[in-house]
Design a protein around this ligand. Sequence first.
Ligand SMILES: NS(O)(O)c1ccc(OCc2cn(-c3ccccc3)nn2)cc1
Ligand SMILES: [Zn+2]
Length: 259
Amino acid sequence: QRAPCRYADLHPLWQSELSVSGGTRQSPINIQWRDSVYDPHLKPLKIHYDPTTCLYIWNNGYSFQVEFDDSADKSVIMGGPLENHYRLKQFHFHWGAINEWGSEHMVDSKVYPAELHLVHWNPVTSTSFEEAIMENNGLVVIGVFLKLGAHHAGLQKLVDALPAVKHKDTIVEFDVFDPSCLMPSCPDYWTYDGSLTTPPLTESVTWIIKKTPIEVDQNQLEEFRMLLFTSAGEEEKRMVDNFRPLQPLMNRTVRSSFR
Ligand SMILES: NS(O)(O)c1ccc(OCc2cn(-c3ccccc3)nn2)cc1
Ligand SMILES: [Zn+2]
């Protein structure tokens, strides 16, 4: 079963914006495998990340986020359901207080302990990420599920930096990291039209959800749960359960790249 929805008491900003009024394509959703439609026209997703575009990690009070230099087409994705290339801006995670929940999307009502979001924007139709947030199909977010299992060596470099960003609005330099190491080797994905899952909740996201999770170990998940929503000096609130509740599918079809 799903965590009691502690969404509202997580962060004051979310209390006011639990759902966009009149939203028809909100995220996250429960992906019903048998209702997804195989689309033979979907191409393989092409990912070219340049590790030197990695800038820093910071705690933004919702999650921890790794920011990239998006001033040129250096770390880009293309192919898949996309008509052009998109630039990597940042990646972050959502997770639970315990392993029984934490992901935002679900697959046949199965929830994972955490979910990675790699956020990209369309430099053809927008001049910045901030502008692309307001554009229809301005953003592409790749979602990767995390499941409890083997130690993830690539993630550990990130985990080792977390104590330096324990409190909200703290930042630490983080250079030369290749987020491709967080991608499962299986090329299969689902794709659907959705929204940001935190404010401003805009309906500008083409979601690409990888079918196969990556494995991380218990210690690595526990390190996520040592972060705080709160700033230094405030009463400590552990950063856990930072996921949005499921949203209605409404008139949407989820396409799959695989039979
Ligand atoms: N969880 S998710 O992958 O769906 C996801 C991905 C990206 C998000 O960006 C919010 C945001 C807005 N701005 C902003 C900054 C300055 C001016 C205007 C907007 N920066 N970040 C939210 C949720
Ligand atoms: Zn996210």
